[in-house]
Write a protein that binds this ligand. Sequence first.
Ligand code: THU
Length: 129
Amino acid sequence: MSYQELVLKAMEARRNSYSPYSNFRVGAALLCADSRLYTGVNIENASYGLSVCAERTAIFKAVSEGAKKFNALAVACDTDSFDTAFPCGACRQVMAEFMDDETDIIVSIKSGEHRVYKLKDLLPNAFRL
Ligand code: THU
């Protein structure tokens, strides 16, 4: 699957975003090494701190289904600018738990334009045990 296709999957998933408080819709698509694909959306809560990001939803879905190796993760934010399209720090740390430094993280905006980063570029010197 091309990264453009992975971004499209993340954009499709974004339709299911539950984000009535921020109105900031996010989708994610996680490609497993065995070719399985898991999507995720941000899911907010009236108790704001309980909200979860799209990236973590996708990762937790995959891990709970037994997926262990991941090739790439695309995130699709409903924004026109890359300034507001990057994963938050908590998600970067969760990525580091399950992905190695060389894993590609694809960041995209509303138009579908995307940029590819290595996880190590988004989270240098990641803490792992
Ligand atoms: N959010 C994500 O789902 N992923 C990101 O990469 C950044 C932020 C969500 C969390 C919250 O539901 C909303 O976007 C606004 O912060």
